[in-house]
Write a protein that binds this ligand. Sequence first.
Ligand SMILES: NC(=O)c1ccc[n+]([C@@H]2O[C@H](COP(=O)([O-])OP(=O)(O)OC[C@H]3O[C@@H](n4cnc5c(N)ncnc54)[C@H](O)[C@@H]3O)[C@@H](O)[C@H]2O)c1
Length: 343
Amino acid sequence: MQDARLRKLEGSRVLVTGGGGLVGSRIVALLARVGAAAIVLDRFDAYPHPVRGLFDVDTYAAKVVCGDVRDAVTVRALVARADFVIHAAAYTDVAACTRRPDLAFAANLHGTQTVLQEVVASPVRRLVFVSSASVYGNGTGNGARRFTESRPPTPVSVYANTKLWGEHQVRLMIGGSSAREYSVLRYFSVYGEPQIPKPGSHSWMVPWLAMSAQLGLPMLLNGGGHQVRDMVHVDDIARATVLTLVADKAAAQTINIGSGRATSVRDIAELIARHYPDAVLRDAPRPDGDPLGGYADTRRSEELLGWAPTITLEQDIDRYVSWLKNNPHVVPDWILPTTTPGT
Ligand SMILES: NC(=O)c1ccc[n+]([C@@H]2O[C@H](COP(=O)([O-])OP(=O)(O)OC[C@H]3O[C@@H](n4cnc5c(N)ncnc54)[C@H](O)[C@@H]3O)[C@@H](O)[C@H]2O)c1
């Protein structure tokens, strides 16, 4: 059932940067359901082409523009006709940002700066900046860590550093403007079909581990799988983000979007392995930039957004695995084991 508060968005126009990605496309679909017109700006090159079809953004968006958030002319033209902006475009993969800090800089700093300067000069009412729980880094202390928004951020990856810069820049540029509002959302670990991993990634555990098991490959547990993640379903993430556009108390706030539950990567693997009787779990080294992780303090999201997740990991892993079994063609070729010539 639809949240009645979202009716306020009926007839409004929302620019969703990165609207062609996993999260952005779910936001776009939700906006369409509540009668808002979503305008998508996306480069559409984060995944191989068939994934664009999987995310189905063309069905729900009022307008789709294939372009770059660094292109000030395009961004200006789009914000000029928007009531709200959700800035979700980013070079999103932690490992890829470590390999290519220049690309992370281009999308996540230069791109964010372009969006901010155009929003400041536009009639947009509120900008929601999509940040990440990665800004908390490893946290401090032993055991599972609860991350509270007031905790000083300690990013341990290039990706997290770009997100933290974006947060500060949003506060500096929009926080100083009396006419515009902003909110910063720190998503924890997003999952849900049709998420698929990117080459060389160590993020997005559910698809990685499920696809490995489905192909009969070992399910690799980096660092023994002791890292913890706070897993939030993409539909819950989309609802929290769209609610942030209309929640009065969310203005000028930084808000965790998580479940408040810590799940170890090993626990996630074991939930998936129940569906694959021959699955083998194997320890592997922990890559650079892979945080030990933690879980969300959810008090702000409850109080300021009136939001809590509705989908549990246990329910959704069953759904993800059955989707994957019914759609084996979604497994990217580069995950398939390569045969050594002559063997
Ligand atoms: N998936 C997660 O677990 C997670 C966790 C925390 C935060 N986030 C953030 O949520 C947002 C959405 O992530 P996602 O999981 O949907 O990733 P995604 O890679 O599926 O989507 C990101 C989209 O941004 C687009 N993009 C990248 N650079 C661009 C540019 N310069 N110009 C225009 N478009 C560009 C990509 O083409 C892609 O479609 C990102 O800001 C990400 O950092 C995601």
